[in-house]
Design a protein around this ligand. Sequence first.
Ligand code: HEM
Ligand code: HEM
Length: 218
Amino acid sequence: MADTLPLPAFAPAVPPPAASSPAASSPAAAALPHRYDGVTIALHWASAGLIGLVWVLGQTRFFWPAGAPRSAVISLHILIGLAILAMLAARITWRLGRGRRLPPVGHGLAAAGARAGHLALYGLMGLTLLAGLAGVLGHGFTLFGTHLLPPLTLAGSAILKFAGGWHGVFANLLVLLAAGHAGTALYHRIVLRDATLARMLPRSFAGRESSPCSVYDV
Ligand code: HEM
Ligand code: HEM
């Protein structure tokens, strides 16, 4: 398959060829826009929503009174953060295995930019999550007032605390980049009127324009 795939504008939507029809395997069918698989789409939107939520919880923790309320907010933040970490591990495993990988939209610089942007999003998700975990291990793991793990007293504890200190910086960079990424997806939808956004939407939301190529659909 070609490394890059131009996406047609969605106004003149083309109905998908039947799986059994000869058109399904024709070059025209191969050029039809298609979507990521359901697992990739579910993990993308679940982690995007939860990242937004934990970021707000992290940034607003001092709005809560000190003591039990603030500790509950931070505990919730940590628990949801750990769930995002598990989702990221699942997402990477799935992507490297059976998950559907689509060629980037566009050509040349645009395609390289999309690839680099997605890689940076994965990288910043990993750095934010691991720095958060490092901070918790370095300072002691407490959930809802219960001390689960004491601060690590090994030589590595200074390193963990140092890494934890970068957690907020990575988190803010991640959210900034994700905002740019979302803006780009909306620009494709609203201004360029192509089917880039539809690639990451469930079929029921994606509309006719994203009619998947039967070769790629699950
Ligand atoms: C993508 C997921 C995450 C995002 C976007 C995020 C975001 C944030 C933000 C914006 C802050 C405030 C930082 C500041 O004011 O300097 C924060 C604080 C914090 N985060 Fe996260 N976080 C995430 C995941 C995690 C994880 C996985 C853990 C631990 C396992 C964690 C533990 C903490 C802790 C303990 C604080 C409070 C630090 C303090 O009170 O000094 N976070 N987080
Ligand atoms: C914290 C928020 C988000 C993160 C961390 C994130 C991360 C990612 C990553 C890593 C990919 C690459 C998928 C892959 O090839 O493996 C991706 C794809 C995509 N995302 Fe997001 N995303 C977020 C929010 C959003 C939002 C809000 C939108 C739409 C408004 C969006 C629309 C898309 C689309 C359309 C694609 C497919 C792009 C393509 O195929 O070239 N994302 N996202």
